[in-house]
Write a protein that binds this ligand. Sequence first.
Ligand code: ATP
Ligand code: MG
Length: 180
Amino acid sequence: MYVKSLTLKGFKSFASSTHLRLEPGITCIVGPNGSGKSNVVDALAWVMGEQGAKTLRGGKMEDVIFAGTTGRAALGRAEVTMTIDNTDGALPIDYSEVTISRTMFRNGGSEYAINGTSCRLLDIQELLSDSGIGREMHVIVGQGQLDAVLRATAEDRRGFIEEAAGVLKHRKRKEKALRK
Ligand code: ATP
Ligand code: MG
C-alpha cells in the first residue's frame, strides 16, 4: 500500500488544482521557505480526517481554504483527493485503488467520499484505522516534534510511549474517575 497521488484544489496556498504523483518508496519535497511543502503534508493529514485546526497550523478549520493573495481572490472551498494503491489489500476494501476525498466549504459544510461515493468521516477513519495510517496514528512527524521528544523529561517521554501503546487514554480515564 502506498499513496499514489494527491490532488489539492483551493487548499491553503494551492489555489489552482495541483496534482502530485508519487511512487513507492521515499518522496522528498524540496522548495524555498513558505513555498507550500508543509501545506502538502497538512493536506495529507486533512484528507485522512484530521479535525484539529491547530494540528493543521491554523486558528480555525476554515484556514485551510485558499484565503486569496494580491491579484487572486479567495476561494469558497478546499478540496483534497488522495489515491492509495491497495493492490496488496492492506485496506479492507475490495478495490486495488482507493480514492479518498474531503471538501470543505466556507459556510462550514463538509463532504467526504470514498471512491467517488459520498460517505461519513467515520467511514474514512474506519477504513484507515486498521492499516496503521489515519488520524490517531503517529504517521506524521511534524517540524520540531523530534526535537520535543529528545528534550522531553523522563515523565513526558513515558507519556509518548503510553500514547503509542494506547494506554494513555485509559490512564486519563482512571485519573478522571478518581477525581470524582
Ligand atoms: P518552510 O520551509 O519554512 O517550512 P514550507 O514550504 O513548509 O516552508 P508552508 O508552511 O507549507 O511552507 O507554506 C506557507 C505558505 O502558505 C505561506 O506563504 C502562507 O501564506 C500560505 N498559506 C497558508 N494558508 C493559506 C491559505 N489559507 N490561503 C493562502 N495561502 C496560505
Ligand atoms: Mg514547512
